[in-house]
Design a protein around this ligand. Sequence first.
Ligand code: DC
Length: 221
Amino acid sequence: MAFNVAIDGPAGAGKSSIARAAAKELGFIYVDTGALYRAVGVYGLRNGIDNKNAEAVAGMLPHISVELKFRDGVQHVYLNGEDVSEEIRTPPASMAASDVSAVPAVRQFLFDLQRDIAAKNDCIMDGRDIGTVVLPNAQVKIFLTASPEARAMRRYKELQEKGAKDTYEEVLADLLQRDYNDSHRAVAPLKPAEDSITVDNSGLSLEDSIEQVLSVIRAAL
Ligand code: DC
């Protein structure tokens, strides 16, 4: 049976950097499920669809295929055969992902894909509802969080490195808006699974956060 680690938490908690490093250390694959919602959101943006309109969003799904491929352990996301791994990382794509992720048909659409990967691979999968909905039987469940200010500062630095012009205040406002959307939607809202272990890494360096997560996983291996 595959060994599955579910890591959920709000935007900017460092899930992807931490999960990627921990997966590498353990020889597991790292699955970033946010990329799937982002790809759906990008399709909406490209086609001028109102991503807040559930009916319009559900209507675009028959025209979409989303795939994940792993090359040298690195995940690539494909939208209708095109690698959109870069395009999904812009701030508009983040908001679009949060919008489409509130639509039940989208969650249903992406469910089997996530389940199949986890059934076949030892993996660390991160997202918002992995421990609660997608992999309720994961051997390890971690809820990774940090204060909004710490999370916004990390995102802001990442964006600056890419040359983006967004201010810290904009990034914080965006993040608070997404936190609200993600934890107040009716389906699969962001919340810790009852049997999850919470790791708050507000004051921790990346290295220490990785160590902390690895020690939780190793204790269960
Ligand atoms: O993890 P991320 O920032 O790439 O996720 C983008 C959006 O997708 C996020 O605002 C909420 C949504 N999402 C979700 O609803 N469920 C998941 N498992 C992963 C992401």
